[in-house]
Design a protein around this ligand. Structure first.
Ligand code: NIG
Ligand code: FE
Length: 418
């Protein structure tokens, strides 16, 4: 449901208004935990932008046409930013989920031609219109959990037509497309090198015009370090920002490669050891942590506390996909960040807003509630904003404002002002 665009929107009588402090990005070290908290607050949006935020006692009279929302019993935080999803897929992997529950491992299923390749078969059969419908459906799920900006990767087509259709479907559904051209080796190619030859010669020239970034799965059984280097160098040459899936199961040199190539992020890091933590912390590469994926696969959690304490820039994301993380909830990610990764609620908030926006190259416009930023705001059904992480798998998101419009509401009470 979407209200007609209001020129001005006032959210009033909020219990708390909370935003990562300052203006810089990415946030590291002690800055990651620095949040501004205003009690009894308001936010005023004009068109697609926030124009003022402050205490109710400082709210002067507003003339003209202003739509008001009731913030009583609610806390406002910035719209959440999911900087790592695989939301463009057809079919499901519920059979595989049941097999894993009975003891099969993710890597065994992948090696046997299941896993990612079973989703490739389903996605190739879907067609572009169906893929667009699917990504829109997934985007609607995300919105209900407070996600106002999402990235989504291709990588379940691995042929020219389906990879390009996936990137177009993501953009059509309002997402930020990443070309994950090196996700797995499809069965029609003899090996990874033969597949990369095709992907870089035939797909990259078109993908570069549709995607903002390129991503590679650098892992035993997928692409090795030299193959990843070849793929990423070609993508960089075509103007794409670089990202890597690295250290998910094994430390395979993803961190040094990411730094060498000037990548924006290296994502997963469940297998990263102390040396990797130190190396990443001393670099400009953001570590994207995906605790739902570790939980879903019963894998070790990434060394988040060590990374933050060492001064690394970290973001948090869902990794939403049918195989390793079938969950679109960033509030759940925040709960796992606090309970499993030993981050503070404030650190989880910055990692799912400002730092995730930085990974997507948008930290000057999204990730904070402050004048000049986009009017992307989540209203939590909570007396304290930390319910974002505290209310584990709860109905914590009450309403979502995206670009100054009420884009989703759990109940209509947010519109019922006396
Ligand atoms: O980030 N590890 C590689 N890719 C995805 C999983 C994709 C899938 O299982 O379908 C991930 O976990
Ligand atoms: Fe992923």
């Amino acid at each position: 449901m979407t209200d007609r665009p209001a020129r001005r929107l006032l959210i009033r009588d909020l219990e708390q208004l909370v935003t990562p402090a300052g203006r810089s990005a990415p946030l590291r070290g002690a800055d990651l935990a620095a949040v501004d908290i205003l009690q009894h607050a308001f936010v005023l949006c004009d068109g697609q932008d926030v124009v003022a935020a402050g205490r109710m006692s400082d709210l002067g009279p507003l003339d003209g046409d202003v739509v008001e929302l009731d913030g009583r019993g609610r806390c406002a935080i910035p719209g959440l930013v999911d900087c790592h999803t695989h939301a463009c897929f057809a079919g499901d992997r519920v059979e595989e989920f049941a097999l894993r529950a009975a003891g099969a491992s993710y890597e065994e299923l992948h090696a046997a031609g299941g896993g990612i390749l079973s989703t490739v078969r389903a996605t190739r059969g879907a067609g572009e219109a169906e893929l667009e419908r699917i990504v829109r459906r997934h985007a609607a799920w995300m919105l209900r959990h407070g996600t106002t900006t999402f990235e989504a990767k291709s990588g379940y087509g691995l042929d020219l037509e389906t990879e390009l259709a996936s990137l177009r479907a993501v953009a059509a559904a309002g997402g930020i497309p990443t070309w994950l051209g090196a996700h797995a080796v499809p069965p029609e190619f003899a090996d990874a090198d033969a597949y990369l030859e095709f992907a870089l010669a035939d797909v990259l020239p078109h993908a570069a015009g549709l995607a903002e970034a390129a991503d590679v799965f650098l892992e035993r059984g997928a692409f090795d370090r030299e193959q990843a280097r070849r793929y990423l160098e070609a993508c960089r040459g075509a103007g794409l920002t670089l990202r890597l899936h690295g250290d998910q199961f094994t430390e395979s040199g993803a961190i040094p490669l990411a730094i060498e190539l000037g990548a924006r992020s290296v994502d997963h890091l469940e297998a990263t050891g102390q040396e990797g933590v130190r190396t990443l912390a001393a670099s400009d590469v953001t570590g994207v942590l995906l605790p739902t994926s570790a939980l879903f696969l019963d894998r070790p959690m990434p060394p988040a506390r060590a990374l933050v304490d060492a001064g690394a820039a970290v973001a948090l994301a869902t990794d939403f996909n049918p195989g390793s993380a079938f969950s679109e909830s960033l509030p759940l990610v925040c709960s796992l960040a606090c309970t499993q990764l030993h981050l503070a609620p404030a650190e989880a908030l910055a990692a799912t807003t400002v730092n995730a926006a930085h990974v997507l190259g948008r930290a000057d416009r999204i990730g904070r509630i402050a004048p000049g930023y986009a009017a992307d705001i989540v209203l939590l059904d909570a007396p304290d904003w930390r319910y974002l992480a505290y209310h584990l798998a709860g109905d914590v998101v009450d309403a979502v404002i995206r670009r100054g419009e009420l884009a989703w509401e759990r109940s209509s009470s947010v519109r019922e002002l006396p």
